[in-house]
Design a protein around this ligand. Sequence first.
Ligand code: G3P
Ligand code: CA
Length: 338
Amino acid sequence: MVKNFTGKPPIIIAHRGASGYRPEHTLAAYELAIALGADYIEPDLVSTKDGVLIARHENEISETTDVASHAEFAHRQTTKIIDGESKTGWFTEDFTLAELKRLRAKERIPQLRSQNIAYDGLLEIPTLQEIIDLAKSKSAEINRAIGIYPETKYPTYFKSIGLALETPLLATLTANGYQGVNAPVFIQSFEVSNLQDLSTKTDLPLVQLLNNSGKPNDFVVSGNERTYADLATASGLREIAKYAQAVGIHKNLLVPRDSSGKLRRRGAACRQISPTSLVTDAHAAGLLVHVWTFRNEDCFLPLDFQGNPQGEYELFFSLGVDGVFSDYPDTAGFYSTV
Ligand code: G3P
Ligand code: CA
């Protein structure tokens, strides 16, 4: 295996828990991820009405909870513009934690993960504190440090409604003893300004997420012209290194696909995979590189690796990445050590 920046095997980040096997962002998904060998568990964080951080990928929760079947909450259905997109449904910021605890999670993609439907209706929405409690108790039980990898979701939006995520996030992490650059924590964001602000308030590792299109929402709001593509250049990465310790990149930014869904190749008979210089450039800037999102199902895989998800891991590990976000930490972990 090619040496990555740390000289250690890549870390396995359980993407929303072991979300290939359990409804995402539930304690059951996180617990299974730890049992399957994950090094870090990833909660995406949004706020409740009373300022409690909970794990959901969106603040609109009809896709991943049974909120629509709760008659007592029917009147809270509404339409909002979130990061420029009109969304209709039920929003976490309109519910107290006590109210949200009456809901139950459901599988986001039942057509693909039908085995997970068995857990629909059984599992609560967890708080950040409950996820930390699980990581700590499991770390002690199995004598292996389980890290947490929280993401601030829609930070500009939540700040605009008086529910900024960063204050309770740092307060919770501090209260739980997480401090310093070596703590088993990575704080991630698709936006830039909240990470820059966090860098003045904490030594905990920060991760700039880079998508394969578009621009950070705070840049949209402030009129900043730069895009994720600009941030992913060598000079953009050097700027990121002033406030963050890692980049979390869409995998196509490292190994682009062609229009047919195959990985881009070059050389004689187009045999060689043609990665970009992103890992080299990021490492030169002093940044770790964590890549998302690895999933076993064919519909998510490049044509080259359909039926062979392990081949995709092997490719990315060979390119020197420092970590992968995976819905299937067992598949990822096995291939990170061979
Ligand atoms: O946070 C990085 C990875 O999780 C990809 O983003 O959309 O799944 O939160 P998302
Ligand atoms: Ca995430």
